[in-house]
Design a binder for this molecule. Sequence first.
Ligand SMILES: [Zn+2]
Ligand SMILES: [Zn+2]
Length: 178
Amino acid sequence: MKNPELSHAHAAAPDFIDYFIDSGNFLNIAQEPLRERNCVFCNIAHGEDPSTDLLYKDDNYVAFRSIRPAASHHYLIIPKSHIKDAVGLGAQHVPMLDEMEAIANDVLTQLGGDSRTARIGYHWPPFISVSHLHLHAIAPADDLSIKASILFQPGSKWFRTTQEVVSRIKARAVKPSL
Ligand SMILES: [Zn+2]
Ligand SMILES: [Zn+2]
């Protein structure tokens, strides 16, 4: 039977408020990075994939080894927030792209790779294996098979460097809206 006093005490609070308070999520909601259920990269970003070692992490990004390395150095840098791909990025994302590029170069260098011989860039839909924005950092490019060299070819329609992604954002920003 319902306790009339209890229902009275809760009468002013909508159910969802109760839910967040009860689940302990109330204070965390605003600070939590955007996360997608069942996204393998979201799990890695939150340190919840025991089989993946994080080579780098800070408040906004993590880096880890590709499970299908195309060369002796092949790392992925991802934002903790679930951003699908590079297509929808706008001017507000340029600092993020610059930071990811800097992390890619740092991780490569620290692990003995040479960023001057590297391929660093983003796959373009539909050539994306996991729909969570990830920057590939691969070195040396001489290690790449012919197939991989095509797959990670800067300047192609399917693989774009940070500079190419940023140029595209800037070109779109100045285009008058129709
Ligand atoms: Zn994700
Ligand atoms: Zn990719």
